[in-house]
Design a protein around this ligand. Structure first.
Ligand SMILES: Cc1cc2nc3c(=O)[nH]c(=O)nc-3n(C[C@H](O)[C@H](O)[C@H](O)COP(=O)(O)OP(=O)(O)OC[C@H]3O[C@@H](n4cnc5c(N)ncnc54)[C@H](O)[C@@H]3O)c2cc1C
Length: 236
């Protein structure tokens, strides 16, 4: 893990509540898609949980910038992110985490709700840039179509990379778009879209409640424990 001084470049709204923040690092940052970093606003007290938080990389390692994406709240940390001006310098600690994509994974699946999409973006961008042979199926649950973050990017990658298939599941509103389905990610949805869950490495990222539910679903559906890779976004 390195200490990285990075300069804020810009913010990019993804939905009404989710925003990406891009930074220019002074040095090359080597990370593996799926990893996360720590944003440090309080350098004098590294263990300050209010001002120093973990966020996943939401860009591929090939980009010249580092991007993270936050579901913004009323917290001090969110306010500090929102008030950054271009050129402001912040401290990042990276890379962290072992729930990562590996080249040996030829068939993968993601079971994701809401903000858990951030590391998936890094992985799918990486697969597309590298013209990877890995076959990836993403089940991405949100309450409404408006809450689907990175929709434009995901649709684009699916259209240029025939190894990527995406199922948008909406829990609170009937879809207007025929590419979305109504309902939760459950056994019947998974089986209706994919016949080989047991042969895939399954990634589950997100708030602990979602991770727990998806992990149980995979085990109930007969997945081997070793094929399920989870990362809990503690702090939700
Ligand atoms: C590996 C990892 C990756 C993550 N990636 C992302 C990401 O890409 N995008 C994203 O938006 N969020 C991510 N998170 C969660 C993020 O770090 C914040 O915890 C979350 O965004 C809530 O922050 P907040 O300032 O909005 O909430 P707050 O209002 O500060 O906190 C919400 C609640 O969580 C509790 N809490 C806060 N911090 C902790 C903690 N460290 N341990 C236990 N309870 C705590 C608070 O007491 C409060 O009840 C990730 C977390 C981890 C661990």
């Amino acid at each position: 893990m390195q200490d990285i001084k990075a300069r804020f470049i810009e913010s990019i709204p993804r939905t009404q509540t989710v925003t990406s923040f891009r930074f220019s690092p002074g040095q090359k940052v080597d990370f593996i898609p799926g990893q996360f970093l720590q944003v440090i606003f309080d350098e004098s007290n590294i263990s300050n949980r209010e001002l120093n938080k973990y966020l996943s990389f939401s860009s591929s390692p090939a980009k010249e910038y580092i991007e993270v994406t936050k579901r913004l709240s009323e917290s001090q940390f969110s306010q500090r992110l929102k008030s950054l001006n271009p050129g402001d310098e912040i401290l990042l600690k990276a890379p962290l985490g072992s729930c990562v994509f590996k080249e040996e994974y030829k068939k993968i699946c993601f079971l994701i709700g809401g903000i858990g999409i951030t590391p998936v973006i890094s992985i799918l961008e990486y697969l597309t840039e590298n013209k990877s042979e890995t076959d990836a199926v993403l089940f991405y649950s949100n309450r409404t179509e408006e809450e689907i973050a990175f929709r434009k990017e995901l649709d684009h990658w699916q259209s240029v990379n025939d190894k990527i298939k995406i199922v948008y599941a909406l829990t609170d509103s009937q879809p207007k778009d025929k590419r979305c389905v109504f309902g939760r990610i459950d056994e019947s949805l998974i089986k209706s879209r994919m016949s080989d869950l047991g042969e895939r490495i399954v990634f589950i990222f997100g708030p602990p409640v979602m991770v727990g539910a998806m992990n149980k679903l995979c085990l109930d559906m007969g997945c081997s424990k070793d094929n399920i890779k989870t990362e809990n976004f503690i702090g939700y």
